[in-house]
Design a protein around this ligand. Structure first.
Ligand code: SF4
Length: 508
């Protein structure tokens, strides 16, 4: 398993300084520093100051480490190092037990909650004076599900701390006093923290909301864990009528590839991120993904039932370099018994589409082209898909296939900007089937894996994810829901509450 260093450079240093189930280590390093200082300038006034700076730095690292861990957990960056869970990452990478990990992250979340609470009140509550170390924050964790109580306890601490010196004992007393007074928890907390009532609420909501239930459930599942019993969160997420299929499985019941690597080298590429994650087998890295080589054995994925619709390719593209091999695959698949439909998905290169149209004109009934066009803006396309054809070439390919009498469709997944109607306006006249719209999924994780150290890409990924929020999707849906050529991918259906396909290849 690769132990890739997370991108927070300070983290290892901070981890060495904070007490992480090896309290003696941190104490030893403090002690060493103290000894050195003592030997250098025994009894000098500035000696104490220097030592206290060391201690103060050590105490602050608790929150620095917590902040770094929270980001790693939220963005699932631990997957970049090959770990499947955050707990596994903490244990194996840093030797932090789950219990200690919770202490660090929960403590940091309490600090963040107080900071936000104070900010919302323009600093009038605490005047920016917040817990400075673990000792101060630890007793407050008991109240972390209730921001009002948390705020009340911390206000009491600040009022009672002599000369502003906050000790653990003062915080403990303030928490106990607040608990005795017992501010009433908000209603939603009472409901959602109670498993039985929560489940009942969900059942009722499902009846009331019908097709909009999934949107509601999705919103619930995004609530912080401390406002919600974990089992309710899971119940809200549970699919209603079987597990929804997503990605390419919405369109087909089998996938096929013959090439390793892809010269288009898209920054958001799912296949690239996966190949890097499994580099031991794939031999692929971020640096060599763009090099294409023919697989010794085609990669075929199909379910238990005999497949009737294949998508080709799924983890590479048809490019001038690999066209010979791809034409061979198409030829073989069209001749295979039981294959009714071959969905050719591509960011199309002119010469490749012309060659396919000309060589397989007798198989028009079996072939459908689906060209990926996530933006009509060449600057946007060039950034996200550096070596793929520009908009005009893709449009020309679509027009060509359409005029040759092939079934044609477009995939705007991922949408790469907020102007997807510009794509729709240009392509719809050459589309015989549908234009599929879909969100950018797991963009930050994929960009993080595919473009290590590329801050611009990561920032743009964050911007795009923020742009494609629920409100944006709802507005898009309302604008285009009656458009005869628009279809929605699973990522959008679950936001607006449309039923999702549960069987591969049934949402063609
Ligand atoms: S064209 Fe597809 S397979 Fe190739 S890099 Fe882009 S997303 Fe990946």
């Amino acid at each position: 398993m690769a132990h890739t260093k997370p991108n927070s450079d300070f983290l290892p240093k901070a981890m060495d300084m904070v007490s992480v189930d090896r309290p003696s280590q941190a104490n030893e390093s403090l002690e060493d520093g103290k000894q050195n200082q003592l030997q250098m300038a025994d009894g000098q006034p500035d000696q104490l100051q220097a030592l206290e700076e060391i201690i103060s730095r050590g105490l602050h690292t608790f929150f620095e480490v917590g902040g770094a861990l929270l980001i790693i957990r939220r963005e699932e960056l631990y997957r970049l190092s090959g770990y499947t869970t955050f707990a596994e990452y903490c244990q194996k990478r840093w030797d932090i037990t789950p219990r200690r990990m919770r202490q660090i992250t929960d403590g940091t979340e309490v600090l963040n909650t107080l900071r936000e609470y104070d900010d919302r009140n323009h600093g009038s509550l605490f005047g920016g004076r917040l817990p400075e170390n673990e000792r101060q924050v630890r007793p407050l964790m008991r109240l972390r599900g209730n921001v009002e109580e948390l705020g009340a306890a911390w206000s009491t601490v600040l009022a009672q701390a002599p000369e502003g010196r906050v000790t653990g004992a003062i915080v403990k007393d303030a928490v106990a006093t607040t608990e005795q007074k017992g501010t009433k928890p908000p209603k939603r907390y009472t409901i959602l923290a109670d498993l039985e009532r929560g489940r009942k609420l969900l059942r009722e909501a499902k009846k009331e909301l019908g097709q909009h239930f999934e949107y509601f459930a999705d919103q619930i599942s995004q609530l912080p864990m401390d406002l919600l019993d974990k089992r309710i969160k899971l119940a809200a997420r549970a699919p209603k009528d079987g597990k929804a299929v997503f990605g390419t499985w919405e369109w087909v019941d089998a996938e096929l590839d013959c090439i390793s690597g892809c010269s288009n080298d898209c920054r958001y590429c799912y296949a690239k991120a996966k190949a890097i994650r499994t580099a031991r087998y794939s031999g692929k890295t971020a640096a060599n993904w763009a090099e294409e080589s023919e697989l010794e054995k085609w990669r075929v994925k199909e379910g238990r039932k005999p497949a009737h619709s294949f998508m080709f390719p799924t983890q590479h593209d048809i490019t001038p370099t690999n066209m010979g091999a791809c034409l061979g695959v198409i030829d073989t698949m069209l001749g295979r018994e039981g294959v009714d439909r071959l969905l050719i998905v591509s960011k199309p290169h002119r010469e490749c589409i012309q060659a396919i149209c000309s060589q397989f004109r007798e198989h028009k009934e079996q072939i459908e082209f689906r060209f990926t066009i996530g933006s009509a803006n060449d600057a946007v396309l060039s950034f996200w898909e550096p070596n793929a054809p520009q908009f005009e070439e893709r449009l020309e390919c679509l027009k060509h296939a359409h005029e040759q009498g092939f079934a044609t469709s477009v995939s705007c997944e991922p949408m790469l900007d907020g102007e997807i109607q510009a794509v729709l306006g240009e392509v719809e006249r050459f589309v015989s089937d549908f234009v599929w719209l879909g969100k950018a999924n797991l963009l930050c994780q994929r960009v993080g894996a595919n473009c290590p150290g590329d801050e611009e890409a990561l920032n743009r990924a964050r911007g795009l994810m923020a742009q494609q929020n629920s409100q944006f999707i709802w507005e898009l849906y309302h604008r285009l829901k009656d458009h005869p050529k628009v279809k929605w991918k699973e990522s959008i259906k679950k936001v607006v509450g449309l039923p999702r396909a549960v069987e591969a290849g049934t949402d063609e």
